[in-house]
Write a protein that binds this ligand. Sequence first.
Ligand code: GLN
Length: 302
Amino acid sequence: MKKFLKVLLALSTACMIFAGCTDSGSENEQNTEATTQATSNENGQADGTDINGSGKLIVGTNPEFPPFEYVGDSGEIEGFDVELMNEVGKRLGYEVEFKSMEFKSLIGAMEAGSIDAVAAGMSITKERKLAVDFSDTYFNASQYIIVNKENQDIKKAADLTGKIVGVQEGTTGDVYLTENVKTQNIKRFKKGIDAVLDLKNGGCDAVFIDAQVAMDFVAANEDQLVCFSGGIDSEEYAVAFPKGSELVSKVNEAIAEMRADGTYKTIYDKYFEEQSDDETEDISLEENTSDEESKEDVKKAE
Ligand code: GLN
């Protein structure tokens, strides 16, 4: 994983330097590629109702979120969510195909019927629940803060007050910062990796992003970056479906079965066991702030 991320960082940097790609340029390229990979059903569209007929479950994701989803060396979308959904698909008798798009477009794409489900490290929120039905939680997460090693005075959410903070647009991290922390400036990026590159180049003071993704980015840059627990409420990742979808209960059953028979753990260990080792050995990761303390600090800082 570490090696993969180093390559990813190098490629992103090379793309920006040599091709002068803008964010949207590289997203477009990626979308074209992913659309080619994804096959639609007979009508050329997934509408969440004829899945049984087509036998295909078209799952939207944003493969810029390692280790949950990323484009692997083979050019295919890989990661924890991908393996989880492939296994769910196998148990329910669906061929699973992933379709790549920007994170903030996923729910709209499902509403428009171009994907049947979303598996993208998507956290359950009240607002999203108005638009989609979520499966049971398949992963517990939280937000972390990444900083340059020489700037370790920022360790928790309250320390972000007055700072320039990079986030991935439309994510729970973006919403949390916008609503709770008086940052000097929130810089919104389409991809977490671009926020990290901006941090490395001194464009922002910190990046606020989901914990496991923060750890992965730090592991790929351990000479320069460290990450800390943001100390905010935990979040829960779940698969999203169109409102009223019959798939929710079927997918819940499949996930419960996978937890019971050890398949979930096998997939989990593949992506996160190494990360837990890193946590204690390689990464200057501090969990020294309780959620309650930190929330108090944020309040005080305001
Ligand atoms: N968990 C965050 C959210 O749901 C970020 C997800 C992502 O960027 N893929 O908003």
